[in-house]
Design a protein around this ligand. Structure first.
Ligand SMILES: CC(C)(COP(=O)(O)OP(=O)(O)OC[C@H]1O[C@@H](n2cnc3c(N)ncnc32)[C@H](O)[C@@H]1OP(=O)(O)O)[C@@H](O)C(=O)NCCC(=O)NCCS
Length: 155
């Protein structure tokens, strides 16, 4: 199986009124959708296959994102197994264009590469290069194990 490095995907969105609640801050579900999409792009680019979301780790939203803010999402594959990969997605808020970015939340998504019938398909192996890549590989391993533990507990 081929060994590959992972490249970061960066997606940027402007927060419109229809993305927000009565308080003028972004809906949690809307942000999860953006994160899922950005994460999926990383998984698709890495594997070269179609993917489905198998699992989303719990998310903690640290600071609100408001209407008119710019949302930046950065995703990267951090761990691979035979057909699945764990993708880290970080979210930043930019209140004023060109000024500093505030970290808002990090999510871990497990994607599985699938064929045209939706059956799992083997993917390349991630090659961790830097010390940071190696640290995140271990985090990814833990995320994947926890996802399978949760799966085992659900009907
Ligand atoms: C994800 C899915 C393809 C897995 O199919 P499956 O029949 O369980 O296949 P397998 O048991 O062979 O598992 C395939 C891989 O998925 C992983 N996997 C399955 N369920 C998982 C879960 N809940 N969390 C994390 N990984 C999971 C397995 O560990 C395995 O990984 P590996 O090959 O890298 O070791 C299937 O459960 C599915 O289609 N789920 C619905 C996906 C979906 O609709 N998502 C939302 C919209 S995109």
């Amino acid at each position: 199986m081929i060994e590959k490095e992972s490249i970061e995907v960066i997606n940027t969105h402007f927060v419109f009124p229809n993305d927000t609640n009565n308080y003028g801050t972004i809906f949690g579900g809307k942000l999860v959708e953006m994160m899922d999409l950005t994460g999926a792009l990383s998984a698709i680019r890495f594997s070269g296959e179609n993917v489905v979301t198998a699992s989303i780790e719990a998310l903690d939203f640290k600071i609100p994102i408001k209407q008119g803010d710019i949302v930046e999402l950065r995703s990267k594959v951090i761990y691979t197994a035979k057909t699945s990969m764990v993708v880290k997605v970080d979210v930043y808020r930019e209140e004023k264009p060109g000024e500093s970015k505030d970290f808002c939340c990090r999510g871990y998504f497990v994607f599985v590469a699938v064929d045209t019938h939706g059956r799992p398909k083997p993917i390349p192996i991630l090659k961790p290069v830097s010390e940071e890549d190696k640290k995140f590989w271990k985090n990814g391993e833990t995320i994947k194990r926890r996802a399978l533990e949760r799966k085992a507990l659900s009907p």
